[in-house]
Design a protein around this ligand. Sequence first.
Ligand SMILES: [Zn+2]
Length: 174
Amino acid sequence: MSPVAHAGLGLLGWQVFDKKKSIATLTAYILAANLADVDFLFYKLFGPKPIFIHQYYTHNIAFVLIVGGLLALLLARGASRWGLVLTGLSHLALDIIVIDTMKPIGMRLLFPFSKTYYNLGFFPFLRRGSWPVMTSTRNLMVLGLEFACFVLPVILFYRRRRGRRFASAAFWRL
Ligand SMILES: [Zn+2]
């Protein structure tokens, strides 16, 4: 799924688990929610190397637990940390429901212990490629669907508390 949907679950995780509720912890939660897609970023930055094949080495529970666990050390002990790791795992839960059209189909969730691929494949996928393909009406509709399913409900549910939060000085303190 796109960073839009993952950010929605990052926001949800932050609302539910984080104790400090600051801009820094919100950033950490959004990063955790998108963490597994670091392969995509590295592929773009460093070129088409096998280690950066999308969803190949970073879309598994072990990677998220280790890297998410390290990121969680930046937060206060307790629910804030565990919540951040859970938010990282939400990435896999979202990606597994997306229709995968690129081989190998699915993600190796239990890598390095198992190389079995998992994919439920019912949520529409974003087409990647040239700028016209990426900004096609179809892709914009998929992004709208992601926003409607995974961002809007969180914004609406927490709208009152969030308004107060963003207005407080404590939120902006690092
Ligand atoms: Zn992903």
